[in-house]
Ligand binder design. Sequence first.
Ligand SMILES: NC(=O)c1ccc[n+]([C@@H]2O[C@H](COP(=O)([O-])OP(=O)(O)OC[C@H]3O[C@@H](n4cnc5c(N)ncnc54)[C@H](O)[C@@H]3O)[C@@H](O)[C@H]2O)c1
Length: 405
Amino acid sequence: MHAAQGEPLEGLPEVELAADGRELPRRRRARLDARRLRPLQHEERDSGRRDRGRYELPLAVPSEKRHGRHGSLSPMRVLVTGGAGFIGSHFVRRLAAAGDEVVVLDKLTYAGNQANLDAVEHEFRRGDIADADVVAEAAAGCDAIVNFAAETHVDRSILGPADFILTDVLGTQVLLDHARHHGLRHLQVSTDEVYGDIEPNAPAATEESPLRASSPYSASKAGGDLQVLAYVRTYGVDALITRGANTYGPRQYPEKFLPLFITNALDGEHLPVYGDGRQRREWLHVEDHCAGIELALREGRAGEVYNVGGQERENMEVVRRILDLTRGSPDLVRHVADRPGHDRRYAVDSSKLRALGWSPKHSFDAGGLAGTVDWYRANREWWEPIKSGDYRAYYEQQYAARLGA
Ligand SMILES: NC(=O)c1ccc[n+]([C@@H]2O[C@H](COP(=O)([O-])OP(=O)(O)OC[C@H]3O[C@@H](n4cnc5c(N)ncnc54)[C@H](O)[C@@H]3O)[C@@H](O)[C@H]2O)c1
């Protein structure tokens, strides 16, 4: 006997006892019941079928919890790792507003900022996702993990890749182990960069496209993704992946292209454009990205990957728009030595997530970029201290020689 995905769990015993005779808390009990109702069969694991979507993997989080935003009153308790960073903090806001309980685990590296979570209801724990004890403590009582924690800047990965492997690969594996042993759903927040360079007129990457990571950053993210899929296949862990495009919006650390150029333009500083600036990226508003992640968390299937795409633009086009919006002089633009191994184009096909019900609400040209510029203009107190601190040393190392300063 087993319940299909989405069906209520009926006919379950009222009480679930732990090995030592204690009654397990209701949330954990429901998860264990769901697992017992649908054990993963060996022949399914070993059948070698390529279409993972046909696996009926056990549901770690009962459907009445996962569907919270879509009608149920039963909140989830979610561990959001990296929740003090750019996208993670928007996601925490979103879940808290939906009535879910959120625990944030964040190491607070240079990119983490607890102020990003001001006035948002959550529990905060400082720690490393690669530390199993820290993860166990933070994840106690949670139904799901959403993993944003990562070293995320390509240029820093070129200067020193080791931390990227430790967090993006090993840290992911530690979280997966916890999900495996405690029956949590794991959603891995990944990136379109794992597909590598897409030829100028080639179709956008689908979830089936090969992984051809180019930078130490994207290679470490691809390593994390492969661990996720291996844990699904080998251990039946209820895990899935989203691969988002270049994300923009308020509170992005100003080393990344968009906030770097916006804040430099607002201060009348040079805009160091890598190479000819003809690289193409898809731009995805952070709220649209978080909506896609939330939908995948609640409705996505274990073992699946969901692309979250944006609007494709050439970098020089974006630079010109930033100069218009900040009333900056075109003389600020400096073409500097390109990043080694720099991908020319990223493009992803998001039709799979759209079929689940996702559609972006923000247009890059009609309000998305302008609203972001307005935010940086109005919130100097957020980014000025960052740009005058340790960041300065990094900026000098990365750009001083290139700018001939
Ligand atoms: N920014 C983008 O354009 C983009 C696009 C697609 C996917 N992603 C992915 O989304 C996620 C979040 O990206 P972001 O731009 O918000 O990053 P970010 O650099 O702003 O934030 C990363 C957060 O992770 C924390 N962190 C780093 N190492 C940790 C560790 N070992 N343990 C616990 N916390 C740790 C940092 O303190 C920080 O708060 C990343 O996994 C990234 O790969 C980002």
